[in-house]
Ligand binder design. Sequence first.
Ligand code: NAG
Ligand code: NAG
Ligand code: NAG
Ligand code: NAG
Ligand code: NAG
Ligand code: NAG
Length: 449
Amino acid sequence: LILCLSFQPLEDWGSGNVTGSVGESGQCICHVFLPDTMFPADRVESVQISTNKLTMDVELHISKVHSAVSLVVLLEELSNLTLRLEVVESGPDKYVKLEFELLRIELREFEAIVTELKTSLNSSSPAFDSLYNEIRNMSMIVDQLESYDQSNLEVIRIEFAKLQKKLEKCRDEQDDFSNVQIGSCKHRGILKVGKPVVSQLNANLNSGYTYGGWGKDTNPLPGSENMYWYSASTDTSVRYVSVYTDYYSLIMRQAKKTYDLYATNRDWRGTGNNYIIRNNTLYYQFANPFSMAKYNMTSQTAEYRVVPKASKRFSYHYSANQNLDFAADETGLWVTYATEESKGKLVLGKIDEAAFALSEVWETSIFKQSVTNAFMICGVLYATQSVDINTEEIFYTYDTHTRQESYVSIAFEKFLDFYVNLDYNPTNQKLYMYNKGYYVSYPVKFKSA
Ligand SMILES: *[C@@H]1O[C@H](CO)[C@@H](O)[C@H](O)[C@H]1NC(C)=O
Ligand SMILES: *[C@@H]1O[C@H](CO)[C@@H](O)[C@H](O)[C@H]1NC(C)=O
Ligand SMILES: *[C@@H]1O[C@H](CO)[C@@H](O)[C@H](O)[C@H]1NC(C)=O
Ligand SMILES: *[C@@H]1O[C@H](CO)[C@@H](O)[C@H](O)[C@H]1NC(C)=O
Ligand SMILES: *[C@@H]1O[C@H](CO)[C@@H](O)[C@H](O)[C@H]1NC(C)=O
Ligand SMILES: *[C@@H]1O[C@H](CO)[C@@H](O)[C@H](O)[C@H]1NC(C)=O
C-alpha cells in the first residue's frame, strides 16, 4: 500500500478533494488536492502594495524631518510586516501557521509609534492622517485574510478527516499483516517485510530535508501511546525534535511541542540521524564530544557518555557521521557502531538504560561501511543493504542469544533511493523509515516458532 499526498502550488489548487486509485503494482495511491480557490492571493498583494506605499510615505517623512529613533523603529516594524506578508504569499503550507494576532499587535504598535511620532514632532500634517488611514486599511485587510483563512482551514480539516479514514483503513490492513502477538518473541525472526506505506512528505514540507527520522516512542510513558515524533535537517546535524499528540496531528503538522537541542548557553546538538525515542527520551549521537547522548524530553536535559572504543571513522553506506546507531526492541535499548579494533566491522552493544552504559558487546563480521542501516528485533540484529534504486534488502542477521550470524535475503521496496533512519518499533511491530524526506512504514511478518 502506498499513500501519497500531493501538494500543489497555490495557483494550481482546484476545489479540494481526495481521490484514490490503484497503481501499477497494486498499491493504493491517494491524492489530496488541498482547496484554495478562496485564498485571497490578490488581497495579500494589495497589503504588500500598501506596505510598500507606507514605507515610501515614511521615507518621505524622513527626508522632511530628522527625527531619529522612532522612525528607525517604524521602518523596522514595516519591513518586518512586509516579511510576514511575504510568508503568507510564499506557500500554502506556511499561511496556515501565520499568527494573525501577532500581525494585529504589530499594527497596533505601529499605530502607537505613529502617534508618538506625531506628538513628538508636534505636527498636525495631513500626511499623518493618511498614515492612520493606511493603518486602518491594513488592519481591515488582515481581518479579512484571517476570516478567509479560517474558512479555508475548515475545508482542509474536513478533507484531512476523510484522508485520515483512508489512512486508518490502510493502517488496519497493515496491522493484520503481523502474525505474532505484540511483545512476544515466540517466532524465528522476519519472514518478510510488507509493502511500504508512505504517510507524507516531512513536516517541513521540503524535500531538501533528506536527513531525519520519524516514528513512535518505543516504550511510551502512560498516556503517550499515540504520540508520534519527527526530526529532520538539510544536513547530518540533529537539532530539533517535534512531538505530535497522534497520527492525525502528525499529518496535520500540528506539533504539540518542538524541542531545540541548541541554545546560546548550551550545545546539545547531535549528528548522524540514527536516533531513537524511548521513555520520552531521545537517544542520539552527540556531536561534540563524540559520545552517546540522551535528551530527556520530560526534564528537557541532556547527558552524554563516551562509548568505549567507538570510532568516528566508520559510517553507514548512505550518509556521513552515522557512527552510533540506536535501536530498541522487545528486550531494551541497543547501539551499533564500529571500532579501530574491529577494523570497521559492526559492533553491537546493549545499553543498560538505568545506568546509561553498555552492559555487553558483540562483534559481527560485516563491515559497517557496506551496511545501509540496522535495527533490532527480539535481540536479533538485522542489517540492510541496497539492491537497486527501488529495492533494499535485509542481508544479514546476528542473534545475540546464540551468537549465530546468517546471511539472508529479505527484499523490501523503498520509496526513494536512499534513507538515513530505519528502526523497528516493538509496540506495534512496524519498521519506520525516513526516506529522503518521506515518512514510510512497513509491517513485518515473522517465521513461526
Ligand atoms: C477533484 O480534483 C480533480 C483534480 O483536480 C478534478 O478534476 C475534479 O473535478 C475534482 N472533483 C471535485 C468533486 O471537486
Ligand atoms: C518581527 O517581529 C516579531 C514580533 O515583534 C519578532 O519576534 C521577529 O523577530 C521580527 N522579525 C524580524 C525579521 O525582525
Ligand atoms: C506645538 O505647536 C503649537 C502651535 O503650533 C505651539 O503653540 C506649541 O508651543 C508647540 N509645542 C511644542 C512642545 O513645541
Ligand atoms: C484601502 O484599500 C483598498 C483596497 O486595496 C483601496 O481601494 C483603498 O483606496 C484603500 N484606502 C485607503 C484609505 O488607503
Ligand atoms: C526523565 O526525566 C524525568 C523527570 O526528571 C524522570 O522521572 C525520568 O526517569 C527521566 N527518564 C529517563 C529515561 O531518564
Ligand atoms: C523507562 O520506563 C520503564 C517503564 O515503562 C521503567 O521501568 C524504566 O525504569 C524507564 N527507564 C528509565 C531509564 O527511566
